[in-house]
Design a protein around this ligand. Sequence first.
Ligand code: TUI
Length: 312
Amino acid sequence: MKTEITKMIGIQYPIFQGGMAWVGTSELAAAVSEAGGLGIIGAGGAPASWVLEQIQKVREKTDKPFGVNLMLMNPEAEEIARIIAQEKIEVVTTGAGNPGKYMKMWKEAGVKVIPVVASVALAKMMERAGADAVIAEGTESGGHIGDTTTMALVPQVVDAVSIPVIAAGGIADGRGMAAAFMLGAKAVQMGTVFVASKEAAVSQAYKDKIVKAKDIDTKVTGRSTGHPVRGLRNQQTKEYLRLESEGASFEELEKLTLGGLRKAVVEGDVIHGSVMAGQIAGLVKEVKSCEEIIVSVNEQAEELLKGLKFDE
Ligand code: TUI
């Protein structure tokens, strides 16, 4: 399936791997790019030196295009933005904010800029600022989220901008990908299914928790603080939601989640850690290689889009 996005970036399949903190390391990004999708290093809250190291490691493993995701709340965002330009990374995606101030530097370096947006307003602002495409991310997603669902957000963003739109949130198979294309998307981004891939350098306990998850197993914490985060329910989300309902202070709530994603991804503590994942976790039934995921999702979508049949 050639689309404006595969042609713009020079990738085989219109499939991005979400740029996830702690999860989007060189191992995962290289595996996804090598399989023909777009692998993305997730800078998350990491120092700039770590990001540079990961870029070098991906380049040792693949010659194919890859991206870096800049989480805009990172204290070293400025320095990471500069590294992305200096290293002439093919694609930068951004999350959790407005990347406007870095746009000129990236464009001058020839970097394709693809911000994640959770609203039509930000999508339009990003188009005006020179973005090459936008990722419209629905509230089904894991991690930091907006309010609108993928089903409602994607067609509204598609109608509001002329640049290509990539759909994210709630997609883990070819049915989701086909649906996203029907809504006007030119590519999809998936996170949760890649967390549970063979190549992801993620604790076995985290992958097991995704594989065991059911449809109703995610919870959103932090709505009261203005930083809503979706993850699989565990002792930490239970305690957080109890404190939140009792009107706990921001500081008290922060204490509970500080370093929580690292705890779950690296240490495998999925009881006290943050097991960020999207609502589609219930659809992920086994751990597969990135290549198996990408090829099967693409094949199923192509098949569905070719021959939509109705009853007589
Ligand atoms: O960024 C994400 N997902 C993330 S970032 C992250 S790291 C983190 N860890 C703990 C607490 C908070 C963050 C984990 N998951 N997705 C992209 C995304 N961006 N979703 C929603 C947005 C977004 C929200 C508001 C983008 C822009 C925005 O406002 C823009 C403005 O005007 O400031």
